[in-house]
Design a protein around this ligand. Structure first.
Ligand SMILES: [Zn+2]
Length: 453
């Protein structure tokens, strides 16, 4: 199968390319470039459009397994389907320490069942912590439990996970000893560790140092997760300066960020433990409930207390970050785009269905980023971070994952009321050389494969 993509503006930061060129795909790979016409089975007219590597989302919470043990990646409401509709061709799951099962087992399921997008996985610390018997997330683990989680995480890396992840926020019992011992799982492979650090807002600096100092001590590449929701309350400039100081000191430290000024988490999570109102300097009304009998309502103290007690899993959206702080983060060269997508039966934060088009609509058309910079944040940066050598680039022989979009029309449409609404302005998405989506509608929803490193 040969596909010829004619007349588009090809942007590929991996090869420092930004030119009008034709692209040939063959047998799932990038097979050539030309300025003239070439024979093919399928010809796509891309005149006036952007042709670039398929987007890579470095921070996703993967779809769950259904009762029969299959990945529930239905083509309507799943995270993976939302990803494909917005031009993402590869996701990194298992973030924030959480994964629905051992990341390496999940990769096997992706290959068995096929998913709407390619999937790479992190070995999530919290999952293995629980398996080790350290079930109380507020209590320290024993030495034997720590050794057991470190062993399991290293095995998961050996079986193809691209790195490990932490959600120290959600495991307050984490000690420095546990952090160092489990980070050591990355030592032999040199794979990175991503972290949702212990706390945010005024507590972000100590939290950053806790994780970065440990990773630096062991020489582990590190990724700070969704920094807009960690430092977007007035701390961002100082936070980025601290990141720069680590980087200038020789550490491989990068960040991801989603382009929204509201975050999302369960009402029962440690984020809302006592002290949160003071930390964010806000009232209960910043919390919007996404499920249950108060769906769509902002909290009062009474509603907050009732739902936190009776329905702690209730997904919330917390409208509390400063938009200019999120913009500052996304403009920084060490910050890549992510969605932090999570979905519960089609309910949740619109970032799952809108983060990538939103970067082009708000940041590129809004004059905050160049088109080239935005493409780089969506392709090359995450590919390099997680060692995906055949993704995020249009090099000869690389996997033929591509997105073709209209830079003037690309637009997210998902909202907090309608979180899975498909975007517009994305003409074609190719996955492993085959047409997966057209005009933001899924054409073929099982072309995705596991990506192992
Ligand atoms: Zn997180």
């Amino acid at each position: 199968m040969r596909t010829f993509i004619a007349g588009g503006r090809v942007i590929d930061p991996a090869n420092k390319t930004d030119s009008k060129l034709n692209v040939l795909l063959e047998d799932g790979k990038i097979a050539g470039f030309s300025t003239g016409e070439l024979e093919a089975d399928l010809r796509i007219d891309a005149a006036g459009k952007i042709v670039c590597p398929g987007f890579i989302d470095p921070h996703v919470h993967e779809d769950p397994l259904d009762s029969s043990g299959r990945i529930d990646a239905n083509l309507e409401t799943s995270v993976f389907a939302c990803m494909l509709r917005m031009g993402v061709t590869t996701v990194i799951g298992g973030n924030c320490g959480a994964s629905v099962c051992d990341g390496a087992d999940y990769l096997d399921l992706v290959d068995r069942d096929g998913t709407p997008v390619n999937v790479a996985m992190l070995a999530g610390h919290e999952y293995f912590r629980f398996l080790s018997g350290a079930a109380d997330r507020y209590a320290p683990a024993t030495g034997e439990q720590i050794r057991s989680m470190a062993r399991a995480m290293e095995q998961s890396l050996d079986r193809g996970c691209v790195g490990i992840s932490y959600g120290i926020r959600y495991t307050p019992g984490m000690t420095r000893q546990e952090l160092l011992a489990t980070l050591s799982a990355c030592k032999s492979s040199g794979k990175p560790a991503a972290c949702h650090v212990r706390s945010d807002a005024g507590e972000i600096f100590d939290s950053l140092r806790e994780f970065a100092d440990a990773a630096r001590e062991l020489g582990i590449p590190a990724q700070l997760s969704h920094i807009g929701s960690m430092a977007g309350f007035g701390q961002m400039a100082d936070f980025l300066a601290l990141v720069d100081a680590y980087r200038l000191g020789g550490m491989d430290l990068l960040c991801d960020c989603y382009p929204y000024s509201a975050f999302s988490t369960g009402l029962g999570s440690a984020t809302y433990d006592p002290g949160w109102l003071e930390r964010y300097g806000c009232g209960y009304d910043v919390v919007e409930l996404c499920e249950g009998k108060y769906k769509g309502r902002r909290c009062t103290k009474e509603i907050f207390d009732e739902v936190r007690r009776d329905f702690p899993k209730c997904v919330t959206v917390c409208h509390v970050m400063k938009p200019e702080e999120v913009a500052l983060a996304l403009a920084h060269p060490a910050v890549m785009l992510c969605s932090d997508a999570t979905m519960s039966q089609g309910q949740g934060h619109p970032r799952a269905a809108g983060a990538f088009p939103r970067l082009f609509a708000e940041y590129v058309r809004g004059g905050k980023l160049s088109l080239y910079q935005a493409v780089e944040k969506c392709t090359l940066l995450p590919a390099e971070r997680f060692g995906l050598k055949n993704k995020g680039r249009l090099s000869l022989g690389a996997d033929a994952d591509l997105v073709i979009f209209d830079a003037d029309r690309i637009q997210d449409r998902a909202t907090f009321r309608q979180p899975i609404l498909a975007p517009e302005g994305i003409d074609y998405v190719f996955l492993n050389g085959r047409l997966a989506a057209k005009d933001c509608r899924i054409v073929s929803g099982a072309l995705g494969r596991a990506v192992r490193v």
